[in-house]
Ligand binder design. Structure first.
Ligand SMILES: Nc1ncnc2c1ncn2[C@@H]1O[C@H](COP(=O)(O)OP(=O)(O)OP(=O)(O)O)[C@@H](O)[C@H]1O
Length: 224
């Protein structure tokens, strides 16, 4: 059981160059962190695994019972939390979670339980816009897990969060993801490292953008 990326080549139609060229990698069940400099392609790879964008070349082979790219694959077996979160603005938290579970064919009555796990049980009637950033981030992950997908893709799930919010997210992911689930997290946040089964460091196998390389070579350049 794995997600296998085979000979992947992809460049955005509007861009001159490819982000991935004959790229190969594999993700095993458990939590894998994708690390690497900003702009190296972490979010793009998550979107490709989700089949939201299609590679010009290569294969994505998954353990999902649904065909890669089919509407069922995306609706039932992919849980994706984008950096923009995409909670439904007119629905309260409970309805947001119920809808995601129903569309995936899962039990919508468990919505409150998922929200409770993330400490949101007092806020189930609130609309997303009335919540703090950390509460919205926890709600978006609760909604994703309520689908019980076999592939969970999280894009910077703890960026900008304090240690308490980050701990809640870490603990639920660590304790509640089923053993067969493949969870890939794009992140710069080393606070998540302890729950990772594997860390893929893109810096070691993708070339950095030229202008960043140039800046890094300057004698008085001191990145934090
Ligand atoms: N819709 C798009 N159209 C054209 N180019 C894009 C698009 N989205 C991203 N890119 C470019 O593709 C490259 C990879 O972007 P991506 O968002 O995958 O990087 P990332 O590693 O996730 O970055 P970050 O850590 O900053 O989130 C970047 O050079 C970016 O400018």
């Amino acid at each position: 059981m794995a997600i296998t990326i085979k000979d992947l080549s992809y460049g955005y139609p509007s861009a001159q160059s490819l982000i991935f060229e004959n790229f190969n990698t594999e993700f095993a069940p458990g939590i894998t962190l994708l690390k690497g400099y900003s702009g190296c392609g972490k979010s793009t790879l998550l979107r490709i695994i989700a089949s939201l964008i299609r590679p010009q070349k290569g294969q994505i082979i998954t353990h999902s019972k649904y065909k890669y790219g089919s509407s069922q694959y995306l609706r039932k077996d992919i849980g994706f939390v984008f950096q923009q979160l995409n909670l439904l603005p007119l629905a309260n938290l409970k309805r947001n979670v119920e809808l995601a579970a129903s569309l995936a064919g899962k039990n919508k009555n468990a919505a409150n339980d998922w929200l409770k796990l993330f400490g949101l049980d007092q806020l189930t009637d609130r609309k997303p816009a009335s919540l703090s950033g950390g509460q919205q981030q926890r709600a978006a992950i609760a909604r994703c897990l309520a689908k019980q997908p076999s592939i969970v893709l999280l894009d910077e799930p703890t960026s900008g969060l304090d240690d308490l919010n980050t701990s809640v997210i870490k603990q639920v992911l660590h304790e509640k993801l089923p053993a067969h689930c493949i969870c890939v997290i794009a992140t710069h946040d080393s606070r998540i490292d302890p729950i990772a089964n594997e860390i893929h460091d893109f810096n070691t196998y993708l070339p950095m953008e030229e202008h960043l390389q140039e800046m890094a070579r300057k004698p008085n350049f001191t990145p934090e």
